[in-house]
Design a protein around this ligand. Structure first.
Ligand code: BTN
Length: 250
């Protein structure tokens, strides 16, 4: 189903499914027939996945969707969309969570609420990078148990648990789609600098000591900034390091 309403970005398609294996898989199936952007939303996913092959629990009541789009600047720019998506997600959650919701973004794209992980973003390239799939899962109603995630990972939290606010996942979709459209326009009009500045204003632990795990190596240092490629800049006792992929621990 594809519809358009006033609270929905112009020219963007919407597919609403009762249940699906993973909205990422559905995105890959639909992508060849999509000329523009499309949000694929599911009330429930039975085989959702997270980053690095981890499983992702997506029960009814939590938000699950994937945006399929053609990235500005091709595959080279595609990874920067994870910052665009994180900003959009933070904005949509701020809208729902109200002024007291303590939101921040953990590099590169985990949105935190009250210091716990409320949402995850998974970016995959489709059809050789011609299109990208940006999968977003939000614990609106339920968070997995602490024992279900790695011991060093951020504690999972839910919107309802931290703020008492309740929103149906399907009602969260237009808020997120509009917020994404807003930051996507900023990216297209003003480049990554605009996104980078907005992202840094919301960054968790900026200027503080953090740990980055890159494969088997672990680096501890001060989180200085992110560069024009989105890499995390860490000042360690051995010098300045640009890290483009890592697990981050506080
Ligand atoms: O590991 C993470 O933090 C990323 C989690 C991404 C989960 C979302 S839910 C919607 C989309 N479909 C999936 O199978 N995964 C993503």
């Amino acid at each position: 189903m594809s519809t358009e309403r006033d609270d929905w970005p112009e020219g963007v398609a919407r597919h609403v499914l009762p249940s699906v294996d993973s909205t990422m898989d559905e995105a890959a199936r639909l992508a060849p027939g999509l000329s523009g952007s499309a949000w694929i939303f599911a009330h429930e996913q039975t085989a959702a996945r997270g980053r690095r092959g981890r499983a992702w629990r997506a029960p009814t009541g939590n938000f699950s969707a994937t945006l399929v789009m053609r990235p500005e600047g091709g595959l080279g720019q595609a990874a920067l969309y994870s910052f665009v998506a994180a900003l959009a997600l933070e904005a949509a959650l701020a809208h729902v969570g109200g002024p007291h919701a303590r939101l921040s973004i953990k590099w590169p794209n985990d949105v935190l609420l009250s210091g716990g992980k409320i949402a995850g973003i998974l970016l995959e390239s489709l059809r050789g990078g011609e299109q990208i799939a940006i999968g977003i899962g939000v614990n609106l109603a339920q968070a997995p148990d602490r024992s279900e995630v790695e011991p060093e990972a951020m504690a999972p939290v839910s919107l309802i648990g931290e703020t008492g606010m309740q929103i149906a996942p399907v009602d969260f979709l237009p808020m997120l789609a509009q917020a994404f459209d807003h930051y996507d326009r900023q990216f297209r009009d003003y480049g990554f600098d605009a996104i980078r500045n907005a992202w840094l204003a919301r960054a968790a632990r900026l200027g503080e000591e953090i740990t980055a795990r890159v494969g088997n190596e672990t680096y501890r240092g001060t989180f200085e900034t992110i560069d024009e490629t989105g890499a995390l800049i860490l000042t360690t006792p051995e010098g300045r390091r640009a890290i483009s992929a890592a697990d981050i621990f506080f």
